[in-house]
Design a binder for this molecule. Structure first.
Ligand code: ADP
Length: 583
């Protein structure tokens, strides 16, 4: 009787406070909405069971809220809503070209997809993966694809996601449980066929809370994703009409099974001429209007644009270029407002550039001024695109210690050791005493010491640098090289050739030594770049040395495989290491 009394009191209080008192009201509304929804019979049955439950639980109980939220989520989802769009291939092509310069391969792939879609009623959505350095337009291309297809756009950044539940949702039993990000996003756009951009798939990590990439597998696999099960919903949801685009900076951190589901399109970074066009046609007009200026307020000469690209930015993409142009626009805006003459026009030339952007941040061309002993230029491939990597070695009297500095990773340290052992094994060939290393210390350093570096592809660079220092023969300064070295002096192929060659070209290094096995990759490098460059292919370390070291008759000194046959160019060698040869 006491309980009845209290319940009546609660009702009275609720009424007085204007709260909905009828427990059936929610349920009735949900039932009405359920009738209007198109969904599978199984889901409908389950939802209707939940709604029935709602009628039986007192509205004030905690469980009521849980069930109510659940039903609300289900009814809010766009189970059978597809955004219809008139597809016109030529128009789509115009839109893609309007937003981005170049990027032919991804654009072509999208247009092919659209063409097939007009012919076939239902096709499986493809999963594209755009891989490239930051600022090459991966995300903005995805956005423009959505515009070209006339679909909604969703972007979900996966950087740092380490909990599987963020993607797949929490089970309903947890307090405050929610569906995963995929389902949440679909609720937001209210349709089932958006363009879904999963940004930075390579930055996901795993920990004890499960592996988010495993959940993504199910989302992205066309064979499974028509019946995707979110932990919260606990019923199948069809994701197969979504056009998934993933972006990544590097492929090697994406788990292999995930890579397997995706169609990889590489965007390697832009050439100087492409950056010019992007700056002129896209970034400058965009920033002028973003900063409230008129086209007539600001003109940037071609040379000034080139100067910004060369000496104020050093990058594979165009993000810093955009930032610098924005900075110019800001300065002009301030001058306009201060001068109170809004029609004044400013011409930016190479001479006036420093007054807007300060002194140049980078040197153009990263060559040494002349061939030097113990300095060699290597090429590295990082997530930011290709980079030029100087390697230095110094020899001093000592007791056989080898020091390697410059924050090199394990692989690179090991390649330095391999290079050194290779040299010692062939010391007679170079006219060095077999125990030459006992009396010297070798210090190998890779400058920009604060940046961590790793990878096997600096092997031949390290070996060349050490030999140059030991033999006192300078290395060509207009030459860069990349290749992995084996203990027997073979040169193994490397990855990221295209990016590395772009970097060498940017740095004005026009001769590049590459492993012979990488010759096939040259077809991926733009013609305009290859035209300017001399590519030397090598199979052995001896060939590298004969091409890179500046000495009288390098072929004779280095290209001999037989250690016993050592007619040495004695004059080239350092006095103290020279072998006493007896015939
Ligand atoms: P990412 O996702 O690859 O790191 P974003 O998509 O954020 O790079 O692009 C950075 C900026 O560069 C954007 O403002 C974009 O409009 C611009 N951009 C990049 N590539 C191009 C291009 N080919 N044409 C026009 N603008 C571009």
């Amino acid at each position: 009787q006491k309980e009845y009394y209290l319940n009546e009191q609660i009702k009275a209080i609720n009424k007085e406070m204007g709260h909905e008192d009828d427990p059936g009201a929610d349920a009735a509304e949900f039932e009405k909405r359920l009738e209007e929804k198109h969904m599978s019979d199984e889901c409908r049955e389950k939802t209707s069971r939940e709604i029935k439950k709602l009628r039986q639980i007192p509205p004030s109980s905690a469980e009521y809220t849980v069930v109510r939220n659940y039903v609300e989520w289900i009814l809010d989802l766009p189970w059978d809503v597809y955004k219809e769009s008139e597809l016109d291939i030529t128009q789509a092509e115009t839109i893609l070209n309007e937003d981005h310069y170049g990027l032919d391969k991804p654009k072509e792939r999208i247009l092919e997809y659209l063409a097939v879609q007009t012919l076939v009623e239902r096709i499986k959505g493809p999963i594209l993966c755009l891989v490239g350095p930051p600022g090459v337009g991966k995300t903005s291309l995805a956005k423009s694809i959505a515009r070209a297809m006339g679909r909604e756009f969703i972007r979900l950044s996966l950087g740092g996601v380490r909990d599987e539940a963020e993607i797949r949702g929490h089970r309903r039993t947890y307090v405050g449980a929610l569906p995963g990000k995929i389902i949440q996003s679909l609720k937001r756009v209210k349709c089932n066929n958006p363009v879904f951009c999963l940004d930075e798939v390579d930055k996901m990590s795993t920990d004890f809370r499960g592996d988010p990439s495993a959940a993504l597998l199910e989302v992205l696999d066309p064979e499974q994703n028509y019946a995707y099960s979110d932990h919260y919903l606990d019923m199948d949801y069809d994701l197969s009409k979504i056009f998934f685009i993933t972006t990544a900076n590097a492929l090697h951190t994406i788990p292999l099974p995930l890579q397997d589901r995706m169609e990889i399109i590489r965007i390697p970074g832009y050439l100087e001429t492409e950056k010019m066009q992007i700056g002129r046609r896209f970034l400058l007009p965009k920033n002028i209007s973003l900063h409230g200026l008129k086209e007539t307020n600001l003109s940037v000469s071609d040379n000034a644009m080139l100067e910004i690209i060369r000496r104020y930015t050093r990058e594979a993409g165009v993000r810093n270029l955009e930032r610098e142009l924005a900075s110019v626009c800001r300065k002009v805006a301030r001058k306009l407002v201060e001068g109170k003459d809004l029609d004044k026009s400013f011409a930016i030339t190479v001479q006036s550039l420093p007054s807007y952007l300060g002194i140049p941040k980078h040197r153009h061309g990263e060559m040494e001024a002349m061939p030097r002993v113990g300095v060699c230029t290597g090429l590295a491939y990082t997530e930011m695109g290709g980079e030029i990597l100087m390697v230095e070695a110094a020899i001093m009297p000592g007791s056989g210690k080898v020091e390697i500095t410059g924050k090199l990773g394990d692989v690179m340290q090991e390649s330095a050791k391999a290079a050194l052992s290779y040299l010692r094994s062939r010391s007679a060939l170079y006219g060095l005493r077999h125990d030459f290393h006992k009396e010297i210390d070798i210090h190998i350093h890779v400058p920009e010491g604060a940046t961590p570096k790793d990878g096997p592809s600096a092997g031949i660079t390290l070996a060349t640098t050490i030999i140059s220092a030991l033999l006192n023969i300078p290395v060509r300064n207009d030459l860069a090289m990349t290749g992995e070295i084996t203990l027997r002096g073979r040169v193994l192929p490397i990855g990221g050739l295209r990016e590395k060659l772009l970097a060498a070209h940017r740095g004005l290094l026009r001769t590049v030594i590459i492993p012979a096995e990488n010759e096939k990759d040259l077809k991926e490098v733009p013609e305009t770049i290859l035209k300017d460059m001399e590519i030397l292919t090598v199979e052995t370390m001896d060939e590298v040395l004969s091409k890179a070291l500046v000495c009288a008759d390098p072929e004779k000194v280095f290209c001999r495989m037989d250690v016993n046959d050592v007619p040495l160019a004695d004059t080239l060698l350092k006095e103290e290491f020279r072998v006493e040869r007896r015939h």
